[in-house]
Design a protein around this ligand. Sequence first.
Ligand code: ZN
Length: 684
Amino acid sequence: MNLHKLNLRTGGIIAIVLAVLAGFGITLGYIQIVQGEEYALRGSLSQSTAPIPAARGVILDRNGQPLVTNEPRLSMVFEAPFFPSKGETRNKMLNSLIKLFEEHKIEWIDQLPLAVDANGTASFIEDTKDSERDIKLLKGKDYLNLNEYATAQDCMEQLIAYYGLQEYDVQTARKIASVQFNMFRLQFSGKNPYTFSKEVTDQVKSKVMENSAFYAGIETELVPVRSYVNNRAASHTIGYVGSISPPDYEANKDKGYKLNDEYGAFGIERMAESWLRGTAGTKTVTVNNRGESTTEIEPAEQGDTVVLTVDKDLEALILKAFPKYMKENASQRFTEIPIAGAVVVIDVRNFEILASVSYPDFDLTTYSVDVGALNADESAPLFNRALEGTYEPGSTIKISVALAALQEKIINQSSTVYCGGTYRYGGHTFNCPQVYLHSRVNVNVTRAIVDSCNCFFYDMGRRLGYQQINTYRQAMGLGQKTGVELPEKRGVLDSPSYRTSVNQQWYSGNNILTAIGQGNSFTPIQIAVYAATVANGGDRYQAHYIRSIRKAGTNEIVQNFVPEKIGSTGIDKAHYETVRSAMRDMAYSQRSSTYRHFKDLPVQIGAKTGTSQVYRTVNGKYQKFNNGIFISFAPYDNPEIAVIAVGEGCKAAMPLMPTVRDIYQYYFGSLDQMKKPQQENVLL
Ligand SMILES: [Zn+2]
């Protein structure tokens, strides 16, 4: 590695001692250089090595378009070898620095969990998990050594005594103590420079540099900071990187993480941390016995590039279309429920996720500021509905039951079940929604799917039994984790043993109600895997978001993710033909609401609608609402993608259809563009 040697003049700096902050009772572990002739004769040499942060790897979409990059931002950093150790000098310098920043309205890092009001009364700031941790640290025996019942006022008084801040007004004392506390918390030392601010302007930088004799040990450096190319695409998937949390630090300190490092908090930023992180460089400062210093730099190495399977433009399209059509179809919704739901687009040939949108979403660029409000928001914008929301599938589940019944030879294509609009089972009467259409008709499997006849599927439920039904559902990925790289829920396959596990009863009616979806709940990503398995004729792959890992700035592949086949349903291809053609008939049935939405697409689709009932407390009242669900695939004769959508508070699937149509329009309308070789030279 090429070492750049720099010579820096540091007049008057002569020797090193380990500093003990007399009177404060704290031993600081960092190396301190003290000015003074009396040390000159010792002729000692000091050396300290500090890390240079590496730029994180960039995150690209499937077409090589950047989703997350880095931009250089000017940081102000305290470097221990030259930083004043003496309480008074240090306090003076910090006070002057804080004033300078406040004059220029620039933020500095203020994390002391204490607020002081206009009367000088202190109170704890307890709004985040971090502040809870910091209050504990503040009172702890390694710091202020107060008992756990100590008040904020006790802490403030102790801080003033601890750092000798009596000469300052309490507001100023609090600010100086805040920096000192954070320096302690992050173990400021020769090895651990302290970042005072990440928002420095050139103007402030020159003020500090002009007065560098006073501002000893303060440096500005360009630090790579995350930059979001489109702040509103794939936010849940990309996730966020922030200061390393204590548990993450504990778990990873052996890998060289420092307390002031960053670490992926959630999403791909977290799951791909080991690739994205990069390798920190080092800056070694050596001071000789004449007080001259030499700096050796070993540059940092940027983290690997993560190429995702998602299409940035498709994500952005869905994020716009979904709320727009939900609003436009307000009469088809329970409008007291906020617009929310999920849309997943999956390649049925390899289970790459082309888009997974959870609505409402959030803005990554302002996440760190907004996080409190986002957490408090009742519509739960941080919740990734696509992977962690579970929904009853409604009639979309009937496809799995039809396939099971055909494969088990309970029916063939032409077998019929009599539907009189109602079905008697176990002494109870169950309804078919097609009570007018289906009074006294014989319904075969195709018509049962097209019309969504309940009686037909009640009868399949009775004859198959829940065990057999569940075996097939599992094989199609329902109630199973899909294996994506991000946290996901398992969902529920209803059964007597499941009911026992949640202290509920399994009624005889559940034997047939499970065949129309009731009692089961699945994540949108599972429903997408299910639709893809039906579309491709029974092969289930591991759903995934990461396509490849590449060396930063190159096309060199570190790791490629080839689709991993998890299993096959073992259902005859002919049965898939039967249900897929019924799904096409359903999409283009002139009686259904789907026809007008999909008739003009360049390709034919297959689809199934679903509606499920949910109980939610809205405006203080526990009420019954519906969710709408839509599953589909295209082209009908040679499926490439499946698109599924879930809409909370939709009376039925209708408000979802225009979004699904726009997705197919985008995909098949811009087919030439999709097939173009990846623009991999965009790698940053
Ligand atoms: Zn019927």
